[in-house]
Write a protein that binds this ligand. Structure first.
Ligand SMILES: CC(C)(COP(=O)(O)OP(=O)(O)OC[C@H]1O[C@@H](n2cnc3c(N)ncnc32)[C@H](O)[C@@H]1OP(=O)(O)O)[C@@H](O)C(=O)NCCC(=O)NCCS
Length: 220
């Protein structure tokens, strides 16, 4: 294979982007860049879902309520938007039937020669177990290995996080090892499994196509 052609400095292929739709059960799943006006929905879900989210997310120094308030969002949104514009991340909002439902965050984007990033996600507990996050991450992976031209996407997860591991396994992520005391989560340094996928492992037709073949999603 010829070496990749270096990209012009400052270019960030594949951002901004709108992805989907995919249908899971009776729900329509799409992704779009996070917006300033997501603040009220973001804070409402995250305040209500503290017990659901806190065991798996980086420690919220300053207190969950304050760090997830409507007033906190504009600052976070600005940092996310800036990182997106600088080519460091792809900060997606998940929408379900048009309403804000969570995040899929592609972060730590490193271009040549690594062409690598990590993916992280969370979703409204009211939609849990219906395939929304798996569909959303499938669309994002197709985008990462397509227009963004990444070669490797990583994900880290606590061994106790059964639902998140299920998302990764359904998509074909490969477990590479255990990262000791990897991340400060819920007040302590927690071990995480490291999972990854490389471009050579993209299923025929892509990840969304695989979910459709597996009977887990439909084209809208
Ligand atoms: C992880 C998370 C994003 C999954 O979202 P979701 O929309 O429910 O995911 P999906 O419905 O696509 O898939 C979840 C899978 O886990 C399974 N699952 C959920 N809870 C489970 C449990 N306690 N034990 C076993 N399996 C479980 C579901 O059955 C489903 O698998 P299936 O489709 O084979 O039935 C969501 O639980 C969440 O936001 N958790 C808190 C934040 C978090 O953990 N983020 C990831 C950090 S690595």
């Amino acid at each position: 294979m010829p070496p990749p052609v270096p990209e012009p400095a400052g270019s960030h292929p594949g951002w901004p982007a709108r992805l989907g739709p995919l249908r899971v059960r009776d729900l329509e799943v799409r992704l779009r860049p996070v917006r300033l006006r997501d603040g009220a929905a973001w804070a409402r879900i995250r305040q209500r879902d503290e017990e659901y989210l806190r065991p798996w997310e980086p420690t919220s120094h300053g207190g969950w309520s304050r760090r997830n308030s409507t007033a906190e969002w504009p600052g976070r949104w600005y940092l996310l938007r800036t990182a997106g514009r600088r080519g460091l991340s792809l900060p997606f909002a998940i929408t379900v039937d048009g309403g804000f439902a969570g995040h899929v965050m592609v972060g730590n984007v490193v271009r040549e020669p690594l062409l690598s990033a990590y993916v992280g996600y969370w979703c409204d507990s009211g939609l849990a177990g219906r395939g929304v996050t798996t569909a959303a991450v499938a669309l994002v992976l197709d985008h990462c290995f397509g227009p963004v031209r990444l070669h490797r996407v990583e994900a880290t997860v606590r061994p106790e996080n059964t639902a998140s591991i299920a998302v990764l396994v359904k998509l074909g992520f490969r477990r590479e090892g255990l990262l000791r005391r990897y991340l400060d989560v819920d007040g302590a340094w927690r071990d995480h499994y490291g999972y990854a996928l490389t471009a050579e492992e993209v299923p025929p037709g892509g990840f969304a196509a695989k979910l459709i073949r597996d009977g887990r999603a439909r084209r809208a």
